[in-house]
Design a protein around this ligand. Sequence first.
Ligand SMILES: *[C@@H]1O[C@H](CO)[C@@H](O)[C@H](O)[C@H]1NC(C)=O
Ligand SMILES: *[C@@H]1O[C@H](CO)[C@@H](O)[C@H](O)[C@H]1NC(C)=O
Length: 343
Amino acid sequence: MTSKLGIKWAPIFGLPLKRRLQTAAVMHYPLGLIFVPFLSLFLAYYLLMTIIWWIVPAYLAWMVYDIAICKTSSRGGRRIEYFRHLKIWKYFRDYFPITLIKTADLDPSRNYIMGSHPHGILGCGAFCNFATEANNVSKVFPGITPHILTLISNFNWPIVRGYIMWLGICDVSKESIKWILTKKGQGQAAIIVVGGAQEALDARPNNYILTLKNRKGFVKLALQQGASLVPIYSFGENDLFNQAPNPHGSRLRKFQILFKKLSGIAPAFFYGRGVFNYTFGFVPHRKPVRTVVGKPIYLEKEPNPTKERINEVHQQYMDGLTRIFEDYKEKFGVDKDTKLEFV
Ligand SMILES: *[C@@H]1O[C@H](CO)[C@@H](O)[C@H](O)[C@H]1NC(C)=O
Ligand SMILES: *[C@@H]1O[C@H](CO)[C@@H](O)[C@H](O)[C@H]1NC(C)=O
């Protein structure tokens, strides 16, 4: 690594091919999210001028049909095991690297709602561990089929929608969660990033604040559906990107909250490293992410849970997360006096 003008540059030559492939595998993730919408417009524009122009209207018609009539993203998605097993995900994993740690068996005759914390900027740990087989999640938890859930608006983008559905990703609507828990048999796991966009605004190194205290809808749904709850904490997820300072009450934070209210999207001003420039860019830093899957809280079906019951289970769930944090924090480089905070 050379440092010129205070900027750290990646060497042009001499890096092993493996590391280049790892960077490429990771790059397509943030770049994909930002550029695929534009790219698909260009692609459509280009195709429309060729002899196979009809592909564009045909694809769009099929997409509208798939969204409006089939509602595929709310009905189990379109998982392709082969796609989840691609080698590219192993390069993705080894870039950081990302590991999956199991603390207890999950009974495959039950269904689960799993909560993934923290959101981070891009949720790299949850993505790698549950949307791909890079860490053998299906072997680590035999009989469990994980579905990461994300905003329904992500399924309106051409190409992106197909891509994420092949990975087993579904949308996070109530209909979708119920479908996974009731229509697909046993061993289904709906993975929710409970803190959502709100939590992404707190994603920065050495931050251990989770947006969870007032988020209880997933607990109620778990009780109503008789799904068991599993807390998941990814150490290192918040270390992958820096974020412009936005303390509560600051002008930037107020703007972000307003923007989120209006659009549903929380604009996090994040930056990591670049492809060739290690100082600035939108590629995550090469830092380890350890995803610890906690012990399940087994629940039976309660069609009408009381508020007290929901609060009780919600507290149990937060305790489960705290336990993971306390058990592993020192091993993964978190200061022993640091506490997990819920807001
Ligand atoms: C995943 O499973 C394969 C085959 O069983 C094994 O070779 C590989 O080491 C496993 N990978 C991890 C990360 O456990
Ligand atoms: C590298 O990062 C610095 C920010 O530290 C930025 O000013 C510069 O323009 C970047 N260079 C390139 C080529 O992206």
